[in-house]
Design a protein around this ligand. Structure first.
Ligand code: SAM
Length: 231
């Protein structure tokens, strides 16, 4: 977020007395981004599609994007033949994400063919699974009645870092309860070493076994933790 938007969000919190734990905060956040250049970044952000490659070799069917924002990654996963749910607390985010019309050119403009001649995952998705639908849901991931799953993979990208340690721990617990045995939880943070440590500690407390730490191909800015369920 640029300095001007950050300042607008600060003023919003000051005037309304609430922050990122409430949907109104995120509605305001997404309204600020809507229609602006930065939106492109939020729609097609940083995802490392090698993760999608890795999923193809696993018995994965259902995927939850928890706190999806406006991201179009769920559609890519649906193209790959997976059953995908995109959950967000903000109705504005859901409206934008669900209303966007993803076209093949969006896939190839952002990610070209690799120099080694290997077919890019996105290209593979569109060629092999031209359809695929995503269920876009507005709701709070802290409410277990919302998108109960269970899911084989849960992505929770840049969400947990907005909460206090206690709230974050509670959210991790609710995510873990939505996982099938042996499921994967990929939780990532942006520029937040302290949040990263809190998430790791919480996953340890909930006995989620670590598989590996995966980078996202964008250096130190973002790190994802890939963990398998204990089942
Ligand atoms: C910084 S954005 C990240 C969006 C997306 N995951 C990405 O990386 O581009 C955080 C998103 O989490 C959502 N969020 C925050 N708390 C949530 C909750 N308790 N339940 C569901 N979504 C939540 C917000 O509405 C917001 O869209």
């Amino acid at each position: 977020m640029d300095a001007e938007k950050r300042e607008k969000m600060r003023r919003f919190v000051e005037a309304n007395g609430h922050g990122p734990e409430l949907p109104q905060y995120w509605d305001e956040y997404w309204r600020l981004h809507e229609g602006d250049q930065a939106m492109k970044h939020e729609l097609f952000g940083f995802f490392d599609f090698r993760q999608l490659d890795a999923l193809r070799s696993m018995p994965v069917r259902s995927v939850l994007f928890a706190g999806n924002g406006v991201s179009q990654y769920p559609r890519w996963f649906a193209h790959a033949g997976l059953v995908v749910t995109a959950l967000d607390i903000s109705p504005v985010a859901t409206r934008i994400a669900a209303g966007f019309e993803l076209e093949p050119r969006h896939l190839t403009v952002r990610y070209g063919r690799l120099s080694n001649g290997r077919v890019e995952p996105q290209e593979w998705c569109v060629t092999h699974h031209p359809g695929g639908t995503v269920e876009f849901v507005t709701g709070d991931l802290r409410d277990e009645a919302v998108c109960p799953g269970p899911f084989d993979v849960i992505y929770c990208d840049r969400v947990l870092q907005n909460y206090s340690d206690a709230a974050l721990d509670d959210m991790v617990e609710r995510l873990v309860r939505r996982m099938t045995p042996g499921a994967l939880l990929v939780a990532s943070v942006l520029n937040g070493e302290a949040a990263r440590q809190s998430i790791e500690a919480s996953l340890d407390r909930h006995a989620v076994r670590r598989v590996e730490r995966v980078g996202d191909g964008h250096g130190a800015q973002r790190t994802a933790f890939l963990r398998s369920g204990s089942g």
